[in-house]
Ligand binder design. Structure first.
Ligand code: PLP
Length: 399
């Protein structure tokens, strides 16, 4: 990971805020744990021994750098230059492992013996169970009952890796509820337990720490694009947003390059006004979710609204505080794709390029026709994960 020079507005400030978003809204029982993390995370990440182990594992275990692939047939169709950042080729099948490698090293440095995590699509759960197996650390994963059903292969993988998978049975029984349960577990089992949060959400410093671990994505894009096109900065970076970690990583090293358009794609579910959607920036307003002040879908009296998306990883009623600020400041362009559009985009990528994407990543692919990119533009799509886990859903559309 490069030393990061934070030039302007869009990174976290010393109080843990991005504009008016962020902060740490936590129960008193968590205060000492969050403070321990806040006081130590930057110095631990900067330690040469941490950097060496982190970079060695990213290279030799995860398989980084992941390729930046020019999708020729897709480029011809959309009359622009489309490059796919192949996070789907990471060990375990998605970008989530970039974060869990960093976090497990953080847990070790802090002397933790046990890990708890939440998961939606199961990719963060698998990535967490993987690093826990690697480091011989006990692992408990909370997952919504609905997600346990629709992402069954990932549940089996977590169990095979030695993790205990606990169902979250409240609310919509999806990612929000799994996050509630994991946080509750952390509050009651504080000593010796590290919570590996799976996205750029939660109380400060969680969003910034996860963004830093995911920033390897844009660090690589810069030099890879330079090698392939002679230019370091693309015209567009497009990524799907659940909580927002793959987008945060893909945007990170372009935040201060204002001519790079940062496009975040939310899940519109069955349609924005259908009552079954997870398009947070369209349907939400500012409030507190999972420990930070951000934008979230809520009822008139402030209760969290149940989100809905065909993709378990985007089925979340909020976005991380940095994304809330990118939206609010206009630095980011927020778009959405419906379930049907995502399915269509998944089949298009598969038939055009021979790559089966995760349902989450398919939402990013689904807006390619709406970007108004020119034939000279370079468009990066962060292909956050592979589609193996989604085959049961895709099979319903194969006839
Ligand atoms: C492949 C993939 N992409 C994207 C996401 C969404 O998470 P985030 O917005 O944190 O990248 C998930 C979440 O599980 C995922 O599995």
């Amino acid at each position: 990971m490069k030393t990061i020079v934070q030039k302007k507005l869009y990174h976290v400030d010393s109080r843990g805020y991005y504009g008016s978003f962020g902060g740490a809204f936590i129960p008193e029982m968590l205060y000492s744990k969050i403070e321990e993390l806040r006081e130590n995370y930057l110095s631990i990440i900067a330690e040469p021994s941490f950097q060496k182990e982190y970079n060695d594992l990213l290279h030799n275990y995860v398989g980084r750098p992941t390729p930046l692939y020019r999708a020729n047939r897709l480029s011809t169709k959309y009359k622009t230059n489309i490059f796919l950042k192949r996070e789907d080729l990471c060990h375990t099948g998605a970008h989530k492992v970039n974060n869990t490698i960093g976090q497990i090293l953080m847990a070790k440095k802090l002397g933790k013996k046990r890990v708890v995590a939440e998961t939606g699509a199961g990719q963060h759960g698998v990535a967490t169970a993987t690093v826990c197996a690697l480091m011989n650390i006990e692992c408990i994963i909370y997952m919504g009952e609905i997600d346990i059903e629709r992402q069954a292969p990932n549940v089996a993988r977590m169990k095979m890796l030695g993790a205990e998978v606990r169902p979250a049975t409240s609310g919509s029984r999806t990612l929000k509820d799994a996050t509630n349960e994991a946080m509750r577990h952390w509050i009651t089992n504080c000593a010796g337990t590290h919570y590996i949060i799976g996205s750029v959400v939660g109380p400060h410093p969680c969003p910034d720490m996860v963004a830093r671990f995911q920033s390897i994505i844009s660090e690589e894009i810069r030099w890879q694009l330079k090698v392939q096109t002679g230019k370091e900065t693309p015209d567009y970076v497009v990524a799907c947003v659940g909580g927002g970690s793959n987008a945060a990583g893909a945007f990170y090293h372009f935040l201060d390059d204002e001519d790079v358009k940062l496009v975040a794609v939310e899940a519109a579910g069955q349609g924005i006004s259908s009552g079954y959607s997870a398009a947070t920036t369209v349907l939400g307003k500012p409030g507190v979710l999972h420990g930070s002040h951000t934008i979230l879908m809520q009822t008139a009296d402030g209760q969290v609204m149940e989100p809905s998306s065909i993709s378990a990883g985007l089925d979340y009623p909020g976005i991380g505080p940095q994304h809330a600020y990118l939206f609010d400041s206009g630095r980011g362009t927020f778009m959405s794709a419906t379930d049907d559009e995502a399915i269509q985009a998944a089949f298009e990528l598969t038939r055009f390029e021979g790559i089966i994407p995760a349902l989450e990543s398919s939402h990013a692919l689904a807006v390619l026709g709406k970007l108004s990119a020119s034939e000279h533009d370079n468009v990066i799509v962060n292909l956050s994960g592979r589609g193996d886990k989604d085959m049961a859903t895709y099979m319903k559309y194969i006839y």
